[in-house]
Design a protein around this ligand. Sequence first.
Ligand code: AKG
Length: 298
Amino acid sequence: MKVQMGKHELEMNSDYLTELRSSNDILDDTEALKERLKEDGYLLIRNFHDRKKVLKARYDILEKLQQMGRLDPHAPLEEGVIGPEEKGAAFMGFAEKLKKEIPDVVELSESDRVMRFFDRLLGGECLTYDFKWPRAVARGGNTGAHYDNVYMGRGTRNLYTVWTPLGDVPLELGPLVVCLGSQHFEDVKNTYGKMDVDRDNVEGGWLTDDPYEIVEKFGGKWATTSFNAGDAIIFGMFFLHGSLNNMTNRYRLSMDTRYQLKSEPVDERWFGSGAKGHYAWGKGRVKTITEARKEWGI
Ligand SMILES: O=C(O)CCC(=O)C(=O)O
């Protein structure tokens, strides 16, 4: 099957794009999970969440999109068919505010099931950042390749992203795509990976929107899968990822949320009272990623 990442077409099961492997076979073996996360850079877990809770969270966002006039009024709400404006929507925000607007989304990100999983994986009591990143991606929308460290790298390095599709997300709906091996791209980690968008003010924060460039220059291989409601993929701060394009007339709904040990330092932009999110990024003189990469020599 052919998929699209930005302007570039990729063939599934080719030299550039392969299938993610599930870790459900080792789900009860914490040591094996840790080893897999270190080795592969990610854990794909089917039915990580309670599917019913995912569908409730999906409904919250669909209702919001309906109120915003973003859905096709002639199609059933559950299908999330994009309205004539063809606009995406970001619902990103702090839990305190989101609890009033999309409470089931917040509940899903902080559920006992998720928190106890991280307590076990990281070997101590865990917390999740107050800021949540729910997204409704319209037709043609996608995310370019980036390390999450450039957005949330001020606390512990032992911080993890959970990407959760809010509904079934087959390939054509534009699921997350990761670059296998990118956790070992030392030149990229030591330059681009050390960037902080609020300090360095680099436009977008993406390393590139060209998946081929990464493989040809640095190595690795892209990987994705068809996700079902309930599934999730977990990865660390130095693992290149982005998303495929949504090639359909339905919204791709998802959220990304962050987890770490309570005992380790947090990135204060995203957690605790007074957290303010990105406070300087995009203000004043913005550097392009092309300029920044020239300076870094990558
Ligand atoms: O959902 C997307 O398009 C991007 C998500 C992402 O970058 C993340 O989970 O860190």
